[in-house]
Design a binder for this molecule. Structure first.
Ligand SMILES: Nc1ncnc2c1ncn2[C@@H]1O[C@H](COP(=O)(O)OP(=O)(O)OP(=O)(O)O)[C@@H](O)[C@H]1O
Length: 278
């Protein structure tokens, strides 16, 4: 279990996590949703140890991030960040192999190369193995980074908007593969998504963030409602069920909505600051 207890994170007076507590269990896909700038990436970076919490505890099994050496803590993670630019002179296969960096020696064992090729094959990208990554498309780079994250065989897999550059086909290839691997391997998977319908289809557990607070969590069937969407995004929406019983969100454009959209609290604070210092 990954436990977060009373987590506080702030950059100066910008509060991005306020008394946040939750528990993530193995074999489940957890999806974080929430408005832009609300602290979703910051939360992932804090769990990974890239950003230091102001206070609170992050615990995995019997270790806490606060007490464990950072390099050892991170060995348990696969982390696919939001930035997918790969501006290096490496082939796709070499980038995937980097997922095993901790265990690679001077001589590459055949089975490691085979594993990397298999990882590419499973997501339908074996044909790119020898292509330089700096000449691949954004979506292809995103899939290669996904294969790299899988190569790590993480206990905790974190993905920040992993399908942002993917077409419909590859969105489902990635998310189906992620779901199967999470369940088969008993990983704790946590990812940020903006698409509420993908979140509803793939989340075993949704974590809804707003202004640095966890405002709702649970199965999409139980928590994804028009009132939650209105409260979190200030957008009107219908939520019905699709043919398989999964919630289906359809946003409603209204003339009234266009005039009532407010900037998020963080943006309002910044506007106030600019007004004071001007
Ligand atoms: N190192 C930092 N120092 C100061 N402010 C930061 C830092 N990192 C992030 N922020 C600010 O924290 C806020 C939250 O950023 P974060 O990237 O976590 O949001 P997010 O919810 O992932 O947004 P998005 O959906 O747009 O990707 C933003 O206003 C950002 O500018």
């Amino acid at each position: 279990m990954l436990q977060v207890n009373k987590l506080n994170v702030a950059f100066d007076d910008l509060i991005l996590a306020q008394g946040m507590s939750f528990t993530l269990v193995p074999g489940k896909v957890n999806v974080i949703i929430g408005p832009n700038g609300t602290g979703k990436s910051t939360l992932l970076k804090t769990l990974f140890g890239d950003i230091q919490a102001t206070s609170g505890e992050i615990k995995f099994k019997n270790d806490t991030l606060q007490r464990k050496q950072l390099s050892q803590w991170r060995q348990q993670f696969g982390y696919m960040p939001q930035d997918i630019r790969l501006d290096v002179e490496l082939s796709a296969l070499e980038v995937v192999l980097l997922g095993q960096l901790n265990t690679l020696g001077f001589r590459l064992e055949d089975h490691v190369i085979e594993e990397a090729l298999n990882a590419l094959d499973k997501i339908g990208l074996l044909h790119l193995a020898n292509r330089p990554v700096n000449r691949l498309s954004g979506g292809q780079c995103q899939m290669i980074l996904f294969a790299q994250a899988l190569m790590r065989k993480p206990k905790i897999l974190m993905l920040d908007e992993p399908v942002s550059a993917l077409d419909l086909h590859f969105q489902h290839v990635l998310l189906d593969h992620l779901d199967t691997q999470t369940k088969d391997q008993g990983w704790i998977t946590v990812m940020v998504l903006h698409d509420l319908n993908l979140a509803a289809q793939y989340a075993d557990n949704l974590l809804v963030l707003k202004d640095g607070k966890l405002v709702a969590s649970g199965h999409p069937n139980d928590i994804l409602t028009p009132s939650l969407i209105k409260d979190v995004y200030n957008v009107h929406a219908d939520v019905t069920k699709d043919a398989t019983g999964v919630p289906f969100v359809r946003t409603i454009r209204t003339a009234r909505q266009a005039t009532t959209i407010k900037p998020p609290t963080h943006a309002a604070k910044i506007t106030e600051k600019i007004a004071v210092t001007a």
